[in-house]
Design a protein around this ligand. Structure first.
Ligand SMILES: [Zn+2]
Length: 63
């Protein structure tokens, strides 16, 4: 189940929300202050202090 974490720009509250479809556009409302000025944050899968693989061209055969 895809879960995305959002951060409220108004009060700074963090909350997670279930998302059925990534392409689906919906208004995210802060459960704390009710503001819809929220941005998606990545944290559930650990991002702080982590190195993300940059190259994504595919598997390169190591000769
Ligand atoms: Zn808020």
């Amino acid at each position: 189940m895809p879960i995305y974490e959002y951060e409220c720009q108004a009060c700074g509250a963090h909350f997670d929300k279930f998302v059925r479809s990534i392409s689906a556009q919906f208004a995210v409302q802060c459960p704390q202050c009710g503001s819809q000025d929220c941005k998606k944050a990545l944290s559930l899968f650990g991002t702080a202090g982590g190195s993300v693989s940059g190259a994504g061209a595919g598997c390169a055969p190591s000769g």
